[in-house]
Structures are given as C-alpha cells and as structure tokens.
Design a protein around this ligand. Structure first.
Ligand SMILES: C[S@@+](CC[C@H](N)C(=O)[O-])C[C@H]1O[C@@H](n2cnc3c(N)ncnc32)[C@H](O)[C@@H]1O
Length: 600
C-alpha cells in the first residue's frame, strides 16, 4: 500500500514541505486502552488499524496511545512519563496532508485551486473516503468521525432558537452562506470531472466534510498552513501553552508538552488561539472550559461624512488597522488600540492628531474621552440588549438538569458573552466616572466624584488613620458609591437590581470584604489596609488581593486586574507616597505576556 504522496517541490520558508523520503519499517506496536469507554469503539478499532498501518510505513514510534473518552471521543494517553518540554508528538511532514497534497492531487486539484485551504482538504477527505479501500489513505481517513457537533451542522431552527442573543448566530449564518456559494461554484467546476463522485456531492455531505476538517486540521504557525496530522488530530484540547507546530529544521510536526504527564494520563494540546468563544464553538463543537481566552468581537469604524476621514485612514493604515476594524473584548481586558481607534474616530480638530498613540492609553481630551467611552458603552449595551435574558436567567437555565448538549453549550456561550459585555461596561463606567458630569465654563467636564476624591486624598495624607474614622469612612463611601452607581445605571436605562449585591459589604467588616465590581479599588484597598492591622485577604468580585498594612496590594490569581481609581490604573497609584497599591511582579509579567488585551 502506498502511503506517501508524490514528493512535492512546493516549499515554504525555503523548506520543502514534502521530502518524500522512504520511511523506515518498524515493528508493529499494539494499541492498548488507558480508559476505554463504550463510545466510539469502531473508531478505536480503526485507530488501532491506522497505528499498525502507519508503523508498517515507517511512522516513528510516538509516546502516545489512542484511547476512548466518554465526553471527548477519542484521545491520546502517554505511554511513559513525560516531563515539561518533552515532545509528545514528532511526526515527519511526509505523513501529513496539506494544501500541497491537494494541489498535487490527480482528481481534485483543479477544483480546489484558488480556494480556501480547508475547502481543499474537505474535498480531499470526501474523495478519499469515497474511494474507501482503494484510497492509499484508507486506514487514516477511516478514523475520522462521520460528523461533528459544530454549530454549522445544527438544524436551522436550533440555531435560531438557541443562539439568539449571541454573536454566534450571525457568524453561523454568514459562514453557511459562504459555504453554500463555495459548494455551488465547486459543483459547477466538478460537473465535468468524471473521476469525482458527483452523485455523492450534496451540500449536506460537503458541509459535514468541511466541519470535520475544520475541527481536525491543525494550523501550523511556522509553516503558515493547515495540516491533517495523523495522531496529532486525535489529541484533545486543554487550554495551555502546548501547541502543535512545524519544526522547520527537523521537518516534523511537533508537540512539546508544557507540564508533567504520568504514564496513562491523557495528553492535551491547546487548540486555536485568539478565537472568539463563538468561533471556537463553530469550529470544535464544544467550549473551552477556562475563561482565559473567552472573547467577543467589537467592530469600530470612522464616522460617515467626517471631513478628516482621509487623514484618519492614513494614520490607521500606518499602524496596520483597517476601516472598519474588529477588536477582541476579553474578560478583564480589551486592547488599548480599541480605545485609541475610537478616540481617533471622534477627533474633530486635526490639531489633536499629534496626541494619538496606539502604544499607550492616552486621553486626547476630556470631551473626546467622554464620547469615546459613551460610544463603546452604547455598542456593548446594544449587544447585551439583543437578548431579553439576563445573566441570572442564563445561570438559571444552566442549573436545569434535563438540558440537551446543544441547549447547554448555547446557554454557556450566551452567558460567557454576557459576562464579557457586562465586565467591559463596568470598566467603561469606571473610566467614565471621573469625566462624566456637567461641562464647566472652561469647556472641561467636572468630575462628579471630586468630593470623594478630595476626602480620600485628605485621608491619604495622614500617617495614622484612626479605626473609627476608617470604619465610618468606608461605610459612607460604600453607600455613596452604591447610590451613584444606582443613579448612573438608571440614567443609562440599565437594571440596578444587582447593584446592592455587587456592593454588598459584610457589616462586620470581617476578614473578607466583598466590595463588588465597581468603585475605586485603590481607595477600597487603602481603607481595608488601614482598617486591618495585619495581613488581610480582600475578595473583589472573583479576584483575590492580599492586603498588607502599609505594603503593596498584590494580585494573587493569574488574572489581569484593573484596580481602577477613576480612570487611573493602580500602578500609577504607586507614585503616590502613601498609596502603595501595586500589581505584583507575577501579575505584571502576566500582563506583558498578554499582548492581545490590556487591563481595563
Ligand atoms: C482534533 S479532534 C480530537 C480528537 C477527537 N476527540 C476524536 O474523537 O477524533 C477535535 C474534537 O475533539 C473533541 N474535543 C477535543 N477536546 C475536547 C474537550 N476538551 N472537551 C470536549 N470535546 C473535545 C471535539 O469534538 C473536537 O471537535
């Protein structure tokens, strides 16, 4: 049986993708079960056959075994202990299928030419599966699942009903329209191709093959292409820094693990990065459990009829941004560029262009900032109001026991998106707080919280703060903020029923002080620090801070935290002699790593 496609001359980055070297024959190895379940037994058998066949072709031995997992289908277990940095997979490029194989394919190459790589791979899969035992790749393609849980394959009524109020609905519709157009064009191209099984080429079959490829093809950043990788496409996802990539020197697809695995443990890889939760669900049919990469997109553009638009376009082009431009909103962070872009869009005086910087979070003018924040706020609010269900409603839905898989993931997605929007609005509101207010004669906006600011500035000047003062001040402050928050929410047409919960304060001012998600963190931390003589743990929303008297406030989880003091992030507070709130070194390093989003 011939496994290898003809050697290709097509290379990338100066390296031939298919070297075509004849692989060495190895002794067959048995596939054993780590934690077998009854699901996918047939595919597990097929995976055993594939392993044997690959070994016969000289596929190098991998420290992995295919096994079956009840909730994830097939997966791979370690056959020996693996240390962080070890290669769990090391697959010569000639065992993979890429656009190069599609381009060299005797039957489908012309139809695939000029099309998306994944469309070409879907055609390849359809053709090779249809050939069954005649296909040189039969043992490999037999392991592929017949279908996936991708949103693309849900019934239209299910999409309409379950994805309403989520960004996924529009995305699915767009992608299906584009798939349908591709299918029609392919049909036209293939109709005269006598070797292609046209009778099997229905839209449903094409859509299914496409979603199977979508969920299995691995994007290899160093090769800048997608590849179907035997064994590589049997590894399940866990969010980490362990990614499959192409090693240019060794000409292999490799997976280096980023933690220790014991023999028998399931080995994971981290799937596509920087996908919105909706895109992840469309692609893989499940949602990433960790919140780390959750994001939604927000689109911003220039104002129509703006006489400065040509200049603004030039500025945007220089930094590689388009009109319009999509930016990700994450939990706890969004890119500084989003703010700068919107600030630029609102500028009406070209003299202010000099103040525009995409590297730093710099306010152009009070009024511009006000408009910028209000615009973003309105966008988030519109998205949030596209669903009549609140976050509480979604949580209640998720508590129901009899939910189907689709109902559950759809509710999880809607909740994730609502969380990001609510969180972003809260951050925007915090930034708005000091600039919201009545315009003054000088053209500036008066800080409506200036009385609070003054009061705290005064207290901060004191060496020692008497416990009664700090306790009273904390109480006054909380009620004040609660009241302002409520007024602000009402003025923006928002429900304020959660406000008191968010600001719920333990009457006893015990060790754990729940100060909710709004307000002036630095002041709150300051008060907590002065109130408690010893180290105190304050929980702000879901984030924990260690608060030591007279020392720094350090973030103890891995999230980026914006401790906001009316638009001033906490590390800027550290320049004040008494307010020594600072991000911990660990959190600062983490911030640096995440260049895709900055603290709120
Ligand atoms: C590249 S394949 C991995 C192998 C796959 N489990 C199989 O049976 O062939 C990707 C698919 O595996 C499943 N999967 C991977 N990781 C998962 C996870 N953490 N939770 C649930 N399903 C997962 C999803 O169906 C996804 O579309």
């Amino acid at each position: 049986m011939e496994l290898l496609a003809p050697p290709s001359l097509v290379g990338f980055r100066g390296v031939a993708w298919k070297c075509g070297a004849k692989p060495r024959r190895l002794l067959p190895r048995t596939v054993w079960l780590c934690r077998a379940s009854i699901v996918d037994e047939e595919r597990l058998d097929a995976a055993r056959d594939m392993t044997k066949w690959l070994q016969e072709q000289g596929f190098p031995q991998q420290p992995l075994l295919v096994s079956s997992f009840e909730d994830k289908g097939l997966g791979c277990c370690a056959t020996r202990d693996l240390q962080a940095g070890d290669a769990a997979l090391s697959i010569p490029e000639n065992f993979t299928v890429t656009a190069v194989d599609v381009a060299n394919h005797p039957v489908i190459s012309s139809a695939a030419e000029g099309r998306d790589e994944l469309v070409g791979l879907a055609l390849w899969l359809m053709y090779e599966q249809e050939r069954s035992q005649d296909s040189p790749w039969y043992p490999y393609v037999k392991v592929f699942p017949a279908s996936t849980l991708s949103l693309l394959l849900w019934e239209q009524e299910e999409q309409e009903e379950l994805l309403r109020g989520s960004s996924a609905l529009a995305k699915v519709k767009d992608q299906l329209t584009s798939l349908r157009q591709t299918f029609d064009a392919l049909k036209d191209t293939l109709k005269d191709n006598k070797d292609f099984p046209m009778e099997k080429f229905t839209f449903s079959a094409f859509k299914t093959a496409f979603s199977v490829v979508l969920s299995r093809a691995v994007y290899l950043p160093s090769a800048e292409l997608f590849a179907l990788v035997p064994f590589g496409d049997l590894i399940n996802h866990e969010s980490s820094r362990s990614l499959l990539d192409y090693d240019i020197e060794e000409q292999k697809v490799k997976l280096a693990v980023d933690k220790r695995y014991k023999k028998g443990d399931q080995v994971f890889a981290s799937y596509a990065q920087n996908l919105t939760s909706a895109d992840f669900l469309i692609r893989y049919g499940f949602l990433d459990e960790s919140d780390e990469n959750d994001c939604i997109e927000i689109e911003v553009g220039l104002v129509s009829g703006d006489s400065l638009a040509p200049l603004k376009r030039e500025i945007l082009q220089e930094v590689g941004l388009t009109v319009p431009q999509k930016f990700p909103l994450y939990l706890n962070r969004f890119p500084t560029q989003l703010l700068t872009y919107t600030r630029l869009a609102r500028i009406q005086d070209s003299g202010l262009f000099a103040k525009i910087t995409f590297e730093k979070d710099l306010i152009v003018s009070q009024t511009n900032e006000y408009e910028t924040l209000m615009l973003l706020m309105a966008d988030c609010r519109t998205k949030l109001l596209s669903s009549s269900d609140t976050m509480e409603d979604e949580m209640q839905t998720l508590r129901r026991k009899n939910l189907s898989y689709k109902q559950r993931v759809a509710a999880q997605l809607r909740l994730k998106e609502k969380r990001i929007l609510t969180d972003t609005m809260s951050a925007l509101r915090n930034r708005l707080a000091p600039i919201r207010g009545i315009p003054t004669k000088s053209g500036n906006l008066k800080d409506p919280n200036s009385d609070i600011r003054e009061m705290f500035d005064m207290v901060e000047q004191r060496e020692v703060v008497n416990e009664t003062v700090s306790k009273g001040l904390l109480q006054w402050y909380c009620w004040m903020i609660l009241d302002r928050e409520r007024t602000m929410r009402l003025s923006m047409g928002l429900d304020c029923k959660h406000t008191s919960r968010q600001l719920g304060l333990k009457e006893s001012f015990g060790e754990e002080v729940d100060v909710g998600i709004s307000g002036k963190w630095a002041w709150q931390c300051f008060l907590i620090r002065h109130h408690h003589g010893k180290e105190t743990n304050a929980t702000i929303s879901t984030k924990s801070f260690n608060v030591n008297r007279g020392s720094q406030v350090s973030v103890t989880n891995r999230d980026e935290i914006a401790i906001d003091c009316g638009g001033t992030v906490v590390h800027e507070m550290s320049t004040k002699p008494k307010a020594q709130c600072n991000l911990s070194q660990q959190a600062a390093a983490e911030n640096k790593r995440k260049d895709n989003g900055r603290c709120h």
